[in-house]
Ligand binder design. Structure first.
Ligand code: FAD
Length: 599
């Protein structure tokens, strides 16, 4: 390809969700020549879909709230497997990051005193989520995007990064292609920040959209970095179950935070039957107490509908399995009988429209039918807590594609906070690293560029192979059936055998036509990433012989504090580059001054 498009930057950010944009702003403000590359249109990232809010202990509703309580809630929500330092930094810095968004023009909902309003969410002791109705992510992206454009940061949109480039042990750049023309583009840059979001498209039922094929996870592994916590996938308890075309679409937790309750087909409010020992002390055990809590949080404990997501998803799963599900195989989520139509339309405008338009259900008059949906991956690139740098020099990861912050389960609202806090930190660290190099920058190897192109184009050369859609379809079904909410050794072993078969099939994958806007080819490239990420999840899930957070083993139902509570599972690419190696690693040790919160 004569005259390939080529650019030189100090910092290249892959992904334009909240994490990527916040990182780019920080890098630019630190003086780095910065570019943002994103696979879809600017503004179309998962962040924009975030509904509930940004968790930050601002104490606007509850003066008792502070970073220490938020830190404790986060660690408990993650069942103590979180990287304590990340959880601490997040709790300490989130309020400042929210305030800063407001300084940049974000308009949050207000308390009567004119402060930023904060709402209740599962696992958070106090009302803590700064929000804009149920469209918080939209406001966050709008604000960050506007600032990115104002600052003059270069944006390459509808451009997919397919490989990272290295000079020895260090990052030297990245290569990708324009989705429309299919032409390649190379970035020379000593620092690359991955901010590519999640992996949900490896599962059949998911709240994630087409972009979320684990690209950053896979890019990092292929560059030599490690992933951590990959066995922990969050199944959100409330996704739509009907009609089939929208199965998996998210129903925000705010419905429960604002008073919604869960009922089975017998009309029973079943969550009281599923309060685990770990949360008994802080959860109401009668309907009366639960209902009083919305108005008097001091003297009552929280309703069991607001237990962390893993607990609620498992409870729903059990009710459906026991034959107490709705006609479409879900459970009822009822806010209609609990709040006035005016309240519901004001607090949950998007949910109101979503159900009205997509399912012809009026949520101010009838209950919704909902069920669990694959939503978020706690696992991601293993990074340094303070800088977000991976094991590869010059490679950073931030947001959903990084790991550690959320341990085995993420609390709602803690993702948006994570994007802002660590986005800023990564942008600053990456620009400082590039600046420290002076003129001694790593160089892009032309051979590596050629090899990356050849590998991307390989599916065009195959004759008579299988198309990527059937392989993707089978992978999604297999992950849903065998690596879902409830797991067992035999099913996980079977899933690993199936993944090997999918990998073989993918070698013979063929795409038709040419390189101009060719969705089949795009999928073929994404599928490489989905396969490796799926293998990481299944392998780590098989190894972890306990149940904790987003990982439930039917054959090991107990949480094992002594053995598994003390270690992480780390995955890397094997030497042959065609599979996954798994290792155990002790958790970082929490200092005594933080341990006191858990006694
Ligand atoms: P994303 O916002 O997912 O952005 C990823 C970016 O990477 C995109 O720009 C994409 O195009 C780009 N990209 C991916 N691969 C490539 C590639 N190969 N090359 C170039 N670009 C690439 N969290 C909360 O805290 N509160 C909430 O209320 C909340 N509600 C949610 C509601 C829904 C429906 C969903 C799906 C998630 C919700 N979450 C919420 C989770 C949260 O929104 C996400 O975890 C978070 O937005 C992820 O942000 P991110 O910046 O890491 O990535």
């Amino acid at each position: 390809e004569g005259g390939m498009e080529r650019h030189t930057y100090d910092v290249v950010v892959v992904g334009a969700g909240g994490a990527g944009l916040r990182a780019a702003i920080a890098a630019h403000e630190a003086g780095a020549r910065t570019a943002v590359v994103c696979k879809s249109l600017l503004g179309k990232a998962h962040t924009v879909m975030a509904e509930g809010g940004i968790a930050a202990a601002m104490g606007n509703r509850w003066p008792e709230d502070n970073w220490e309580v938020h830190f404790r809630d986060t660690m408990r929500g993650g069942k103590m497997l979180n990287n304590w330092r990340m959880a601490q930094l997040h709790a300490q810095e989130a309020p400042e990051r929210v305030q800063e968004l407001e300084d940049w023009g974000a308009l949050f909902d207000r308390t009567d005193d004119g402060l930023i309003s904060q709402r209740d969410f599962g696992g958070h002791k106090y009302a803590r989520l700064a929000h804009v109705g149920d469209r918080t992510g939209l406001e966050m992206i709008r604000t960050l995007q506007q600032r990115t454009v104002q600052l003059g940061i270069d944006v390459f949109m509808e451009c997919t990064v397919t490989d990272l480039l290295k000079d020895g042990d260090r990052i030297s750049g990245a290569i990708g292609y324009w989705r429309e023309s299919g032409r390649f583009i190379t970035f020379d840059a000593p620092s690359v920040i991955l901010a590519t979001g999640g992996i949900g498209k490896s599962f059949k039922v998911t709240s994630n959209s087409w972009e979320y094929t684990g690209d950053g996870h896979a890019l990092a592994m292929r560059a030599g970095a490690a992933l951590i916590n990959m066995e922990f996938v969050q199944f959100h308890p409330t996704g739509m179950v009907w009609p089939p075309s929208v199965k998996g679409l998210l129903v925000t937790e705010s419905v429960r935070g604002d008073g919604g309750i869960l009922k089975n087909s017998e009309g029973k409010r079943f969550m009281f039957d599923y309060i685990p020992e770990f949360f008994k002390a802080e959860t109401a055990d009668t309907i009366e107490e639960a209902d009083r809590w919305y108005d008097d949080k001091k003297n009552n404990r929280r309703p069991p509908e607001l237990l962390p997501r893993d607990e609620v998803a498992r409870a729903i799963n059990s009710e459906i399995k026991a034959g107490r599900g709705t006609p479409h195989g879900g459970i009822y989520l009822d806010i209609a009988s609990r709040r006035t139509p005016e309240f519901i339309r004001k607090r949950l405008p998007s949910m109101y429209h979503q159900f009205k338009e997509l399912a012809d259900v009026d949520i101010t008059a009838e209950p919704m039918e909902i069920g669990p949906t694959c939503h978020y991956v706690m696992g991601g690139v293993e990074v340094d807590a303070d800088t977000q740098e991976s094991a590869v020099t010059g490679l950073y990861a931030v947001g959903e594609c990084s790991g550690g912050m959320h341990g085995s389960n993420r609390l709602g609202g803690n993702s948006l906070g994570d994007l802002l806090v660590f986005g800023k930190r990564a942008g600053e660290a990456a620009s400082a690293y590039t600046a420290s190099l002076g003129d001694a920058r790593p160089a892009v190897s032309e051979d590596d560029v050629k090899a990356a192109q050849a590998s991307a184009l390989a599916p065009f050369e195959v004759e008579g192979g299988e198309n990527p859609y059937t392989i993707q379809h089978d992978l999604q079904q297999s992950m849903n059936d065998l690596v879902g909410i409830i797991r067992t050794a035999s099913e996980l072993e079977e899933s690993l055998r199936e993944i090997e078969v999918f990998k073989e099939r993918a070698k013979g994958m063929v795409v038709e036509g040419h390189r101009q806007y060719n969705p089949g080819w795009h999928l073929a490239l994404d599928l490489r990433n989905m396969l490796i990420v799926s293998e990481c999840i299944a392998k780590a899930a098989l190894a972890r012989e306990e149940s904790r957070g987003g990982h439930t083993r039917d054959d090991f139902p107990k949480t094992d504090a002594e053995v598994w509570g003390k270690k992480n599972l780390v995955v890397t690419l094997n030497a042959a580059g065609d599979g996954v190696d798994l290792a155990e690693k002790p958790l970082p040790v929490m200092p005594d001054e933080l341990k006191k919160y858990f006694e």
